[in-house]
Design a protein around this ligand. Sequence first.
Ligand code: FHN
Length: 431
Amino acid sequence: ILSCAPKNQEQKDEATLKQDAKMEWWRDARFGMFVHWGLYAIPAGEWKGKEIPGISEWIMARAEIPVKDYEKLTEEFNPVKYNAEEWVKLAKFAGMKYIVITSKHHDGFAMFHSKASPYNIVDATPFDRDPLKELADACEKYGIRLGFYYSQAQDWHEPGGTYYNIEQGEPHWDPDLKREPLMNYINGKAVPQVKEILENYGGLDILWWDTPRGMTEEAAKALQAEVDKYPEMLTNNRLYRPWPGDFSTPEQHVPPTGLDYDWEVCMTMNTSWGYKKNDDNWKSSESLIRMLVDIASKGGNLLLNVGPTAEGLIPEPSVERLKEIGQWMQKNGESVYGTSASPFFKLPWGRCTTKEAESGNLLYLHVFDWPRDGVLRVPGLDARIKDVYLLTNKKQKFSYKFEGEDLLIHAPSVIFDPINTVVVVKTGKKM
Ligand code: FHN
């Protein structure tokens, strides 16, 4: 048994208890929806008839599009099929407890009504609605927590925003973009827009910074001063290196073990954050469910991404996966929500999450591959066993015995289901 169990309450200092209270809903949630939506959904990975490699929200940099040409996309951005309630109901069905949406990505285009810059969806496009206001209202209505993503340093539309093209140079292809000091952009657009998103959308639960590239301590302090006005709001670790924020953000990979601070994996279902019309490299629902279980067994959260189309629709392959994940979560969500990391170093047959019960602990054994000899070995489980049953059918009991300190659970008589077999072990001792 790893001694990674959290310190008991008495051992924790005041600051830790305060941070625990702030993080509680987020740690219990375990699962959220990431949304990358903006002008880049129109080209969707293609420019002037050519497919542009890589993540589609970077098309302005990767296809070396001057600002004046990219801006023309605003003329046709009219996502009339957008329905915030449909998105929120789908996220809720999938078992997601919070949504983080791009309010402004690196291209500088604001997906909300901003007085700080006319380069926004309400003022610069035929779509005269504020989609983030509609999303905030829908999240309020359906009890889903809300976060906004904000690209605080990279802004490829503004002369003072930092830029990053493939050669890590300046946008040599855009002669009109005269560079200015970063603080011109930070004071003129970033701080005013961060104030707008914090003040005008009912109070955010999360502010998701991205990326610290080119940030300075002066710029970070100016933005952090706005965040400090909302002490209960969570922020990630991407404002400025090495500022920690409230949680770290492994991207497109799952850490091999748990970490000793809060963390959230952000992950695409295919290969692009923004909508990409020719990207059919989709992860299966089963692999996404196992990823969620793997992450929860290590004490982390999963922020799973969708990239809506220029019409405002979540792509069908994403919808299918979210519905299948939701069906699994409806049967097994208890083994993810509000759980803590596994106390075991490694389990060859699957993963384990744990939850404190009134008189001991619940172990949720996620069995991906039942061992050939029919015996599930739980190493070093030095605790009194009160019950062993199938999460989806509490009447389905399992016979078990101890071999030394190892608990041996015998295979069920029913056919093994490789994705829905969560064996619950109720123990009489807190671990
Ligand atoms: O450059 C961005 C990228 O477009 C995307 O938004 C991801 C999501 O975490 N973050 C940055 C790359 O790390």
